[in-house]
Design a protein around this ligand. Structure first.
Ligand code: FAD
Length: 396
């Protein structure tokens, strides 16, 4: 790593080999730490889904030396956000060119991102122990600052344990109550379809009363990612691995135009998950323990920032540990640098949903407004998120 950071000596145990855990493991190992990642899965495999990496996330991949490896996977560059009504008519096209680093807005297959991060972590000397399910973590005490990780049948101690164990984090429980999540009244399906006949390197967003659908290309246009959100009153589990009959997805979006029907007709496997709102955790560290990623700030997907925030956390956590030899102060500095930014991002994602699902005169008004904006000031909506996308934690 650059920027004149100091060497980190000592052992670090990372819980979770997801996007945040692997990125932080590489960053810390490059700075000299001896990092072991404990992952519950027997193999590092990923769901077949896409994610959007905004320039703020890509900046971290570049600083970790992994940007080119990611682009080599055929990752297309996102050129614009195109808003369409339920019939498919274009309302507005908002180009990414308004950003400082538009070529860093990428459409990535999650499996490709995880693979690049895993290879990067191993190349930096990280040990990844698979099939290790953590059942509990205990913080250290002033007299014995070592933290303890409990796995099935054994305990591991380390001066620093980092919980990168995602949405249902076991590590987070050790730092107290994270507050109750609540069901937003929305569910989301995700699916990919092969060989899209009209690949455009754009995010297409189709809006209809009570639902919207987002789609973009992956792997150089050989795959297309679909995320479809519907409002409903009945609760659905907050799990990323639950499958649903694709017929339910098609039925929910039957009122949309030909393009959407054509895409959904080719869906063979669909996953569904309930969208829950979580408060951003107030406590991100204790003696010998730190949290990152979805373990502290799970977000709704409406700004596509979950992975980007985990990548930003990874860099800032490593930089703070390298910048201060007092671990407690380093961790306090990490939370200070991350908490308010993450809360702002989570709040912005929450606000985005309502505008997509309007009906009747409200929809008419909003769609007219989008048309006018798309004609008169097409760069304005994306530029209003400059605070998010143009921010580069590796330069801060
Ligand atoms: P994860 O990547 O979830 O990793 C957690 C890891 O911890 C997993 O490997 C898990 O197996 C392991 N683990 C959990 N519990 C234990 C335990 N007890 N013991 C050992 N290991 C454990 N984000 C974006 O930025 N842009 C997008 O466009 C986007 N789209 C998404 C689309 C979908 C369909 C989904 C599901 C998510 C999307 N996200 C997106 C969100 C993003 O993927 C997450 O926010 C991100 O993965 C969080 O990273 P993380 O490292 O905190 O957790």
């Amino acid at each position: 790593m650059q920027n004149g950071l100091n060497r980190i000596d000592g052992r670090i145990v990372m819980v979770g080999a997801g996007i945040g855990g692997l990125a932080a493991a590489r960053a810390l190992a490059l700075l000299g730490a001896k990092v072991t990642v404990l992952e519950q899965a027997p193999a590092i495999t990923e769901v077949g889904a896409g994610i959007q990496l905004g320039p703020n996330g890509t900046a971290v991949m570049r600083a970790l030396g992994l940007d080119q490896a990611l682009r080599d996977t055929g990752t297309p560059i996102g050129r614009a956000l195109v808003l369409r009504n339920r019939h498919g008519a274009r309302l507005a096209r908002f180009p990414m060119s308004g950003l400082k680093r538009p070529d860093d807005y990428l459409f990535v297959h999650r499996a490709d991102l995880i693979k690049v991060l895993e290879q990067g972590a191993r190349a930096a000397g990280v040990t990844i122990d698979l099939g290790q399910r953590i059942t509990g973590v205990r913080t250290g005490t002033p007299s014995d600052p070592m933290a303890v990780v409990e796995t099935d049948g054994k305990e591991i101690t380390a001066p620093l344990v980092i919980g990168a164990d995602g949405l249902h984090s076991v590590t987070a429980r050790t730092l107290g109550d994270r507050g109750q999540p609540f069901f937003t009244g929305q569910v989301a399906w995700r699916a990919t379809v092969p060989k899209d006949p009209s690949p455009t390197a754009e995010v297409e967003l189709y809006m209809a009363p009570g639902r919207h659908l987002v789609t973009y290309p992956l792997r150089g246009g050989t795959l297309r990612n679909i995320v479809a959100v519907e409002e409903r009153s009945t609760w659905t589990e907050e799990s990323w691995s639950r499958q649903d009959d694709p017929a339910n997805l098609r039925a929910a979006f039957a009122q949309m135009g030909d393009r959407v029907q054509h895409l959904l007709a080719r869906v063979e496997t669909a996953h569904i998950w309930g969208l829950f709102r979580h408060p951003v955790a107030e406590r991100w560290h204790g003696t010998g323990v730190a949290l990152m990623g979805d373990a502290v700030h799970p977000t709704l997907p409406f700004l596509a920032q979950g992975a980007c925030m985990a990548l930003e956390d990874a860099w800032v956590l490593a930089a703070c540990l390298a910048g201060n030899s007092d671990q407690n102060l380093a961790l306090a500095g990490y939370q200070l640098r991350r908490h308010d930014r993450c809360r702002r991002i989570v709040d912005a994602a929450t606000r985005n949903a309502w505008a997509y699902h309007l009906s009747g005169p409200l929809a008419l008004g909003a769609h007219t407004g989008m048309r006018v904006l798309g004609t008169l000031a097409p760069q304005k909506p994306i530029r209003s998120f400059a605070w998010l996308y143009d921010h580069d934690v590796t330069n801060a």
